[in-house]
Ligand binder design. Structure first.
Ligand SMILES: CC(C)(COP(=O)(O)OP(=O)(O)OC[C@H]1O[C@@H](n2cnc3c(N)ncnc32)[C@H](O)[C@@H]1OP(=O)(O)O)[C@@H](O)C(=O)NCCC(=O)NCCS
Length: 175
């Protein structure tokens, strides 16, 4: 599937993306803030992840939408955007995202988020989207606020990172 925005195409990841995926995602910072991306992100690990994402993409009612954020003009992966924990009956899901360090502060995350939020509310008929951030994730906290999410709670010691339980903010946007 493809979602097109002014500068981006959000689409399923392909085997051919592996090297770009590693180049974009092999970052200790991404690993710290986005818990499903390992560090170091090796070609071998990336291949396995992309294979799993490919399997997931085949199902009719997807439990995850793990889409590559690609630049229209270069056709290159610069990050990922995810809808996950899809609850079609309860009409709610969660959002996650990351952008390569080299491509930050250009409005790409905001552009990708706006498009996938629109897709979730209009096409998938979701009613609510939730997000979770580490309290010290300034970029993501500001982004979610800008996107109209409301900070609804602090979830205490909700994420185990570097041998420490970290507090998180919980965010929600109703469609
Ligand atoms: C969070 C992240 C995806 C933002 O990506 P980005 O493409 O740089 O964000 P954008 O350029 O679209 O910025 C949109 C808004 O987000 C906020 N923002 C982004 N980066 C910020 C930063 N470093 N500090 C403060 N606010 C920031 C701003 O409100 C910004 O709007 P503005 O530029 O008009 O002020 C990126 O920093 C990232 O990948 N971080 C590591 C992974 C991560 O934390 N993922 C989220 C896990 S919850």
């Amino acid at each position: 599937m493809d979602i097109k925005t002014k500068r981006l195409i959000l689409r399923d990841v392909k085997k051919e993306d592996t090297a770009d995926f590693v180049l974009a995602g092999n970052s200790r910072e991404i690993n710290y803030f986005v818990w499903y991306i390992p560090y170091p992100l090796t070609m071998q690990k990336a291949k396995k992840m992309i294979k799993r994402m490919g399997e997931q993409a085949k199902s009719r009612r997807r439990r995850h939408y793990e889409l590559a954020i690609t630049l229209k003009k270069e056709e290159r992966v610069i990050g990922m955007i995810n809808l996950y924990d899809m609850d079609y009956k309860g009409r709610k899901c969660k959002i996650g995202y990351w952008i390569s360090e080299a491509q930050r502060r250009k409005g790409y995350a905001e552009e990708a988020c706006r498009a996938i939020i629109d897709f979730a509310f209009k096409k998938l008929k979701m009613h609510k989207i939730s997000g979770k951030t580490l309290m010290d994730n300034q970029a993501s906290n500001k982004l979610l606020k800008k996107l109209g999410f409301k900070k609804i709670a602090i979830s205490r010691e909700d994420q185990f990172i570097d041998n420490k339980f970290m507090d998180c903010y919980l965010w929600e946007r109703i469609g």
